[in-house]
Design a protein around this ligand. Structure first.
Ligand code: ATP
Length: 607
């Protein structure tokens, strides 16, 4: 059963944002969202979902940034509420939140009766979701000469007709600081409950999201055509598929056991992941984050055109830089030269690349994501025409830990990071994210007791003392738990930052400071300030330990204790990762167990 078409008052969205902001438990977030989604007419449900995400569409569509900086926003607020820019700036300085300033000024103006007078005269109109969303789109797409004024005018036009609460969230949205605390997983849960009949519908909703990477579209489909329409979704060339990811493993025998005994083992290349879509002469390349990176790889576009026999296909591989003089593979940083548009032509010549293909997701009408890996590989080998720079990733098939270790050494000797061990059993389907030991990465050791670096999310921060007084100088870091869509603390990290990095970090974090613990964060420790979980950092530690003050792995190894990292050290920011791509709680617990096992084994050897 479809829902009635129509629009929705924006006020309803603003009120939901306001209640979401006060919630501190994740389950309540879902309930509030379910209610909003149920009340939303189908015609605007996609827009409502994008607004909740703080976006105007899926990232891969490349919708321009709104481009209304703080200065323009101050101008728009001043003009909407007929006060001087100076007044707005002063209030902003004292309150620290432009959204709240807009809310206050809007309320004052209503108090003065101006809003009421305008309303009586037919001047003020109720804001609808469509009007707000479409105006935001116009702001984003305004470009060229005079666009600055156009952006300010559109912003002010919304604020003039807004109620105070609406003004607050419009301003925050434009600033990119919505902070309603809802992740994709919560929206998926809410859609399953609101339109799929309950939590049992979640896998179907999630698969649709994996194949379309567009939550607005998924919401619109389920609300208008029901759950069945989602169950029928198959890949479309040109629409990115959310990538499959790997667990990490440390021991050849253990890894083989986990993947079911037998595996395809491939080199793990250190480059940039590419999902390559081909339709005749048209080729589009998506990154691991599903951004369109076609412009950076004109050479790969040509390779795909001549190197795929299928008319329409989606394949995946790793793009790796190599040294044209020696033919040796180069580290992934070399590819960064291709980031700047005007340097691409030069970089294509100076830093040539090879592509190592490892999967096929679609080929001429066949959805391969639902086929086991051996079948996908067979299709890949059928459709790929290899050349010097366009080849299938080196691999072997094995059930022997000894062979796996030998292949690992071979891979490292040839410049790979290690190997990827992939399940080949009857359920080894292509599934987004990390699922049930289907892919396992087995990498070179880092020179440290700790097996590997981890990628953790900043959820809080502490002020420093002495030279670092007044500055945020240590961070409360958390791992991600995909089962509950929450972030659980692992350690407090204070080392590894240069003074310069510390300054940059303070600037970066400032806009993300929030008044209370984020609802998706679970923490026993109370930092000086809470930080919205947006930034991911790579962290190296001395070892893993049990700790009563951290919530990651709480009660899993020992009652009352979580798993923590000793002497954590900042390595670098991982801007290419979303918080949901951080190391998971399960991985941290697994790393602890492995460390324990290693210590026990060493003790036995000594005896
Ligand atoms: P890292 O371990 O370097 O932090 P990551 O966290 O970005 O990597 P992982 O899930 O750990 O990503 O490793 C998977 C990545 O390895 C893939 O996203 C892909 O880019 C790369 N890769 C290299 N070779 C292969 C291969 N043969 N099969 C699958 N992925 C590969």
């Amino acid at each position: 059963m479809g829902k009635a078409p129509g629009d929705l008052e924006f006020r309803r969205v603003a009120e939901t944002f306001s209640s979401l902001e006060r919630i501190t438990a994740r389950t309540q977030l879902t309930l509030v969202l379910v209610k909003l989604l149920k009340d939303t007419p189908v015609d605007v449900i996609d827009k409502v979902v994008y607004l909740i995400q703080g976006k105007l569409g899926p990232d891969w569509k490349g919708i321009p940034e709104l481009g209304v900086g703080e200065k323009y926003l101050v101008k728009a607020v001043a003009s909407a509420y007929r006060v001087s820019e100076d007044t707005v700036t002063k209030l902003f300085k004292s309150e620290g939140d432009l959204g709240e300033v807009a809310e206050r000024l809007c309320r004052q103006q209503q108090g003065r009766g101006a809003g009421l007078a305008a309303f009586m005269a037919g001047g003020q109109r109720r804001l609808t979701v469509s009007r707000v969303f479409d105006t935001l789109l116009k702001i984003a797409y305004a470009e060229g000469e005079g666009s600055r004024d156009v952006k300010i005018r559109y912003t002010a036009s919304l604020l003039v007709d807004a109620e105070p609460l609406e003004a607050k969230y419009i301003v925050r949205f434009i600033e990119g600081r919505l902070r309603v605390g809802v992740g994709d997983a919560t929206i998926l849960d809410a859609l399953a409950v609101a339109y799929g009949g309950g939590a049992h519908a979640r896998p179907v909703v999630e698969r649709a999201y994996n194949l379309r990477a567009d939550l607005g579209l998924v919401a619109r489909m389920i609300a208008s055509e029901g759950l069945d329409s989602l169950a029928r979704i198959t890949p479309i060339v040109g629409v990115p598929i959310r990538p499959m990811l790997a667990e990490r493993g440390r021991d050849a025998r253990e890894i083989l056991d986990k993947v079911g005994g037998r595996a395809i083992v491939e080199f793990k290349y250190d480059g940039e992941r590419a999902q390559i879509h081909k339709d005749g002469d048209r080729v589009v390349i998506f990154s691991r984050r599903l951004e369109d990176i076609t412009f950076r790889y004109p050479d790969v576009v040509e390779m795909a055109k001549s190197g795929l026999k299928a008319e329409k296909a989606i394949v995946e591989g790793e793009i790796v830089a190599f040294d044209p003089e020696t033919g040796e593979l180069r580290p992934f940083q070399e590819l960064m030269h291709r980031k700047r548009k005007h340097e691409v032509d030069k970089a294509v010549k100076e830093i040539p690349v090879k592509v190592f293909l490892f999967d096929a997701l679609y080929s001429d009408g066949v959805d391969l994501t639902v086929k086991p890996l051996p079948e996908r590989r067979r299709v890949l080998e059928d459709i790929v025409v290899e050349s010097d720079t366009w080849t299938i990733a080196s691999y072997t098939t094995t059930e022997s830990p000894g062979d796996l270790d030998n292949f690992f050494l071979e891979a490292v000797a040839e410049g790979a990071e290690g190997v990827m061990v992939k399940a080949v059993h009857s359920e080894s389907f292509y599934t987004a994210g990390i699922r049930g030991w289907l892919w396992v990465k087995y990498k070179r050791d880092y020179r440290s007791e700790m097996i590997d670096t981890v990628d953790l999310v900043v959820v809080g921060a502490f002020y420093g003392k002495g030279k670092r007084g007044g500055k945020l100088s240590s961070l409360l870091m958390a791992a991600y738990d995909p089962k509950t869509d929450t972030f659980k603390t692992v350690c407090k990290m204070a080392t590894g930052f240069t003074d310069e990095e510390l300054d940059k970090m303070n600037e970066m974090l400032k806009p993300h400071i929030i008044k209370h613990k984020h609802p998706r964060v679970e923490s026993k420790m109370k930092p000086d300030v809470w930080i919205e979980p947006v930034y991911v950092a790579e962290v190296l530690g001395a070892e893993l330990t049990l700790s009563p003050i951290h919530t990651c792995g709480l009660d899993r190894v020992k009652p009352g204790a979580g798993v923590s990292i000793r002497f954590p050290r900042f390595i670098r920011w991982r801007d290419d990762k979303r918080p949901e791509d951080a190391t998971t709680e399960d991985e941290v617990v697994e790393m602890y167990r492995r460390q324990l096992k290693k210590i026990e084994e060493e003790a036995v050897e000594q005896v």
